[in-house]
Design a protein around this ligand. Structure first.
Ligand code: SF4
Ligand code: SF4
Length: 89
């Protein structure tokens, strides 16, 4: 028996940048290998461009942000969402 993979877009795991704290240092952009971040030429700031490219459970870029501007959802809450999706509820 095979189980269908859960569509990535149903799992709300990705970083959020606090624009008040962000210094625009680009450390997150340079660190992430999955293309989640991008430089927005219009706002002259880093943005979360491809949130669903983020690896579920990864929070590696959070530690790279000296300004403490990056946050993630509660991992336990995400695990519960995944459990419910697997159970079809
Ligand atoms: S590492 Fe932090 S301060 Fe630097 S650009 Fe990313 S979010 Fe902004
Ligand atoms: S958590 Fe990992 S995959 Fe997601 S944006 Fe940060 S470094 Fe990239």
């Amino acid at each position: 028996m095979t189980s269908n993979p859960i569509p990535r877009e149903k799992i709300p795991w990705f970083p959020t940048i606090d624009g008040e704290k962000c210094t625009g240092c680009r450390a997150c952009l340079e660190y992430c290998q999955h293309g989640v971040y991008a430089w927005n030429e219009d706002t002259c700031a880093v943005e979360v461009r491809q949130p669903y490219q983020c690896v579920v459970g990864c929070s590696g870029c959070e530690d790279k942000c000296a300004a403490g501007a990056i946050s993630f959802p509660d991992l336990n809450a995400i695990a519960e969402i995944i459990r419910k999706l697997r159970n079809g509820s």
